[in-house]
Ligand binder design. Structure first.
Ligand code: 5RP
Length: 292
């Protein structure tokens, strides 16, 4: 039977409970719409505020990268340990089970191969296809100081406009132009430009000197890119320092999938990112998992 207003005295309006208005857990993200915040919650853990994103998009400019020759065989077993997955739509559709329930960060820029000028990128995905794939965010390379700097900034701002329209976050990936020194001064410049022009999250490299000034001067979450393969303990130290110095997690590729034991390594990275474990303790955990 339809509920009618005259039975109001039996209802419980919880008048002693003021309506809750809680801030969203990610910095700089309070004014985003519900859909965008919901998608960001698929990338970042609301419990820790951090992410362990697995980057496997390297093939978009360098083909079958070592460790990614067979994504179906080598990467799919790692998925239960990843908060989010950064990849191209080609690999997503062909290799990743559609039951994967965490965040997909879709590579949305591309063009040149490793044989050409890398900054000469265009937008490589229609936002409608990103929606069809139900992604949490799109990722775009921004080559501050690069030969085609303006084009890559424009790629990002166009994706930000579309992302804001549809509620899909944009990850601005700072990429270094040929002549630029990768130091805190450069990364402050690159990250701040991405955030100022609308990126919802920025990805950048770790630098030993002054990384905390990079995260402090960037008003949106910064995630650390892994970079070239390091010994496991070194990679864990870098991830721990980045998080301690303000990063909202990591987006690591080679230091996970080129590890001798990728499943053990990604679980060790989770220890330093989500549980504040020391790198040494996480390394022991890595060794124990590797030995099994
Ligand atoms: C390529 C990227 C990669 O996703 C990024 O470099 C992360 O991978 P790695 O940890 O191997 O550096 O954005 O441009």
């Amino acid at each position: 039977m339809a509920d009618i207003e005259s039975t109001g005295e039996t209802k419980d309006f919880c008048l002693d409970h003021p309506a809750r208005s809680e801030p969203f857990f990610l910095k700089g993200s309070n004014s985003l719409d519900w859909g965008m915040q919901n998608r960001l919650s698929r990338i970042f853990s609301p419990a820790s505020g951090k992410t362990v994103m697995l980057a496997i998009d390297h093939g978009y400019f360098q083909g079958p990268t070592t460790g990614l020759e067979r994504v179906d065989v080598k990467i799919v077993p790692l998925l239960p340990h990843a908060d989010a997955l950064m990849l191209t739509r080609g690999i997503l559709r062909t290799c990743i089970p559609s039951s994967f329930g965490r965040g997909i960060v879709l590579r949305a820029s591309g063009g040149p191969s490793i044989l050409k000028e890398l900054s000469n990128e265009e937008i490589a995905v229609d936002m409608e296809d990103a929606l069809r794939l139900n992604v949490a965010a799109v990722a775009v390379q921004v080559f501050i100081g690069g030969e085609f700097e303006t084009r890559t900034v424009h790629n990002m701002t166009r994706l930000v406009d579309l992302g804001n329209r549809y509620g899909i976050a944009v990850l601005g990936v700072t990429a270094v132009g040929k002549e630029m020194v990768r130091d805190a001064k450069y990364l402050r410049l690159a990250c701040r430009i991405c955030a100022e022009l609308g990126a919802h999250v920025v990805k950048t490299y770790y630098v030993a000197e002054g990384f905390e000034t990079v995260t402090a001067s960037c008003p949106v979450p910064v995630v650390m890119a892994g970079g070239k393969k390091l010994p496991e303990l070194e990679a864990l130290k870098m991830a721990r320092r980045a998080v301690a110095e303000g990063a909202a997690g990591v987006d690591m590729g080679r230091n996970i999938f080129q590890s001798e034991a990728p499943a053990a390594m990604i679980q060790a990275v989770r220890k330093v990112v989500h549980e504040n474990a020391t790198p040494e303790a996480a390394y022991q955990y890595y060794l124990s998992l590797k030995g099994k």
